[in-house]
Ligand binder design. Structure first.
Ligand code: KG4
Ligand code: ZN
Length: 396
């Protein structure tokens, strides 16, 4: 069977067509589900939203409406399927119904409903966060498989994106229990806002990550190199306040997070630095690379990831977890992977940790196709296609 999947929850217009085959069990308890990617396209709007320093919903909606037919055409060509053959070729149309920006979500849903009515194909509503959980399975090539393996469970997922920061228990596929979430800003949102304060482009996560890494290299080379690279203006670097940021809610008893205080701490730090030094003096710190930004980026990234990892370790122990899945845009950060893998070792936890492959960390339709297949098999979610609605706050 083949599934066509549509994702428009934020600033990527994505469509994929995936062929799925069930194979008899070769070993162990489970069947092997084989996936073949027939077509997979993402049209990103990042360059359009960059000007606004974040995603502008009305613009996102306009771009999705414009892009959806073009992306579909491209995917059909890639999959070698003629549009008039969709009725016989496609078993279900999976579409993200939330969470996300409602005007953006609606564009994908309306498009799915139109195809559904025209070609008599049922629509499968998919939760975007469920998609991020399944995003760890696609590999580099065109095929991948998922073994129905009881040994994987219970799974803990750490979902970190521009809109969400959640710890979710997965007792079995499609059986979710949220055990913690952010009380204010999502971690990716905090990265984007801090980047904006430092004059870095949107999306801020990768920009901060790059600066933080430069700083780590300086620190690794030892104090003499580190200091000398920054003593362009000696009196400035000598009187520089130490850059230490809070680790909000790290030791709270629950599994919730908070990133708004961390973001505000950076705001005050930058305000104090700017009050004390001229722009010229500041940029002289560390030469052309603006050492002060590097220092803040490194401390900010460490603070955010230490909290995420600490709470993840606590939950892994409490719930006797066998597998950890990290998903969402922020899972692209190499430093997050490093911190989590280090903490697993330090805590002597024999938990297998999975991160999405390159290209699958951000929003894509492939993950919606995989989650959609499991929903389709479950049948329960197949309502009257025309009744499906967008829900910006949809929860797992
Ligand atoms: O999952 P995603 O593509 O979209 C949402 O559903 O929100 O996540 C986007 C978020 C943005 O906030 C972006 O800054 C962040 O993921 N991000 C990163 C990195 N790459 C993307 N954050 C930290 N480090 C990165 N390397
Ligand atoms: Zn996402």
């Amino acid at each position: 069977m083949k599934i066509l999947a549509i994702e428009t929850s934020c600033d990527e217009t994505a469509i994929a067509i995936v062929e799925i085959k069930n194979l008899p069990a070769q070993t162990g308890d489970g069947k092997l589900v084989k996936f073949k990617i027939l077509g997979n396209e993402i049209s990103s709007q990042i360059d359009i939203h960059k000007e606004y320093g974040g995603v502008y919903p009305a613009l996102a909606k306009r771009e999705h409406i414009k892009n959806l037919p073009l992306v579909l055409e491209k995917v059909l060509r890639e999959a070698k399927i003629k549009e008039d053959k969709l009725k016989t070729e496609i078993a279900g149309i999976a579409v993200t119904t939330g969470p996300g920006l409602e005007p953006a979500l609606w564009t994908g849903i309306v498009f799915a409903k139109e195809l559904s009515a025209k070609y008599k194909i049922p629509v499968i509503p998919v939760n975007h966060m469920e998609g991020h959980i399944f995003s760890i399975f696609p590999k580099k090539g065109k095929t991948f498989s998922i073994k129905n393996d009881k040994e994987l469970f219970p799974i803990l997922t750490l979902l970190v994106s521009g809109g969400h920061t959640e710890l979710v228990l997965v007792k079995n596929w499609l059986k979710y229990k949220k055990i913690g979430q952010t009380r204010d800003d999502a971690v990716g949102e905090a990265f984007d806002k801090v980047a904006r304060m430092m004059g870095l482009p949107y999306p801020g996560g990768p920009e901060i990550g790059k600066l933080a890494e430069v700083e780590r290299q300086i620190i690794a080379k030892g104090p003499s190199f580190g200091i000398s690279s920054r003593t362009v203006l000696k009196e400035v670097s000598d009187s520089l306040p130490s850059i230490i940021l809070p680790r909000p809610m790290m030791y709270s008893k629950d599994y919730d997070f908070s990133f708004s205080g961390l973001k505000t701490a950076v705001l005050y730090l930058i305000r104090d630095l700017r009050a004390k030094y001229s722009e010229e003096e500041l940029s002289a710190l560390g030469g052309p690379a603006s050492g002060w930004k590097q220092m803040i980026a490194r401390e900010f990234e460490d603070a955010a990831f230490e909290v995420l990892s600490y709470k993840t370790m606590k939950a892994l122990k409490e719930y006797k977890i066998k597998t950890l899945i990290v998903g969402g845009g922020v899972s692209a950060a190499p430093q997050l992977k490093k911190v989590i893998e280090n903490d697993l070792k330090k805590n002597k936890l024999k938990v297998k940790a999975y991160f999405p492959g390159r290209g699958n960390t951000g929003d894509n339709a492939l993950m919606i196709a995989v989650a959609g297949y499991y929903q389709y098999k479950n049948k329960k979610s197949l309502k009257n296609s025309q009744l499906i609605k967008a829900d910006g706050n949809l929860s797992l």
